[in-house]
Design a binder for this molecule. Structure first.
Ligand code: MEV
Length: 327
């Protein structure tokens, strides 16, 4: 039996635009998905007793194919099982053991579909645990590559390498197309996360941006402008110029909003953080609902978000410099 864990992430800049080859800077945070893999005679059994969905804890135990007996956010549960199925297929392939059977248990403290990279963390941790259980140790970058293939498959070809690379490597990373690297010298960023208790459908949100981009030149320009923000932001990353970083985050949120991926609750949390003098705030991840990230080293945004209608949970998230690891 092997247990591995991998961190979730927030996007400092660049989600959605990264799908079209613009750069992005996701940062791993100290919230993890833990996956335990045990080799069994045949097949695949999945236990996910601790996947947090929309405020509910889902009790699910099954073969990864049949529908779990839950009445909330069923599509998200199915998606979670799809990710585990594909991750196990990658592990079997890496270990040259196509018939290997597995019992997989998943637990974690990252809400699904909320913009904190739960699916990437799940896939990365599952590939690491299952390959180690078969006696194979992959490098973090090989796990990132295989995890990307899983996201690409499960999300119908609409995925960048950003989430999976960040979860595998940890820390702040820069992703532009296939060029992925860790940004050295960034050990801390004062992140405050606000969570509205909801979730967005990543596939549908990515498809919405794709359609807008195809229909309107100004939407394509907006995507490019997000890339410009990332390039500006890189110049001050690693310094304590939080003013500029925050201003660029605000810009980034405005452009994501123009692309239709924000929501009332995300906007209201973003404004609550800004009114409390956070340096900046934006939605993180695919959007549609879920989480915002604010930059604030004081407790002001944290306190303001606690009293913001629509904000169900707020917490400070430290940058996690550790990527995937065996527990
Ligand atoms: C989702 O966490 C981030 C997106 O940019 C999609 C992707 O990069 O695969 C919206």
């Amino acid at each position: 039996m092997v247990t591995s864990s991998a961190p979730g992430k927030v996007y400092l800049f660049g989600e959605h635009a990264v799908v079209y080859g613009e750069p992005a800077v996701p940062c791993a945070i100290e919230r993890r998905v833990r996956v335990t893999a045990t080799e069994i005679d045949e097949g695949l059994r999945i236990h996910a007793n601790d996947l947090q969905l929309d405020g509910f804890t889902v009790e699910y135990s099954g073969d990864g194919e049949s529908h779990p007996d839950v009445d909330v956010a069923e599509s998200l549960v199915e998606a979670g099982m799809g990710y585990v199925n594909e991750a196990v297929a990658q592990a079997r392939d890496a270990a040259d053991a196509p018939e290997a059977g597995f019992e997989i248990s998943v637990e974690g403290d990252i809400p699904l579909g909320a913009g904190l990279g739960s699916s990437a963390a799940l896939v990365v941790a599952a590939i690491d645990a299952a390959t180690r259980e078969l006696g194979v140790e992959l490098s973090a970058s090989e796990i990132a590559d295989r995890a990307y293939r899983v996201e690409h498959e499960v999300q119908d070809g609409q995925a960048s390498r950003a989430d999976t690379f960040c979860s595998a490597m940890g820390g702040a990373v820069r992703v532009e197309g296939n060029d992925c690297r860790r940004l050295e010298g960034i050990d801390t960023l004062p992140f405050v996360i606000g969570y509205d208790g909801g979730a967005g459908d990543t596939g549908a949100l990515v498809a919405g941006v794709r359609d807008l981009r195809e229909e309107y030149d100004f939407a394509a320009d907006t995507v490019e402008a997000i890339g410009d923000i990332v390039r500006e932001g890189e110049a001050v990353l690693g310094t304590d110029d939080y003013e500029t970083l925050g201003e660029l985050m605000n810009f980034n949120h405005g452009l994501l909003s123009a692309l239709g991926v924000s929501s009332r609750s995300l906007d209201s949390m973003v404004w609550a953080a800004r009114d409390a003098d956070a340096h900046g705030a934006k939605l993180t991840g695919a959007g549609g609902g879920g989480c915002i990230v604010a930059l604030d080293e004081t407790d002001d945004a944290l306190t303001a978000l606690k009293y913001t209608p629509g904000c169900e949970n707020v917490f400070r998230a430290e940058l996690d410099t550790d990527g995937v690891r065996q527990e």
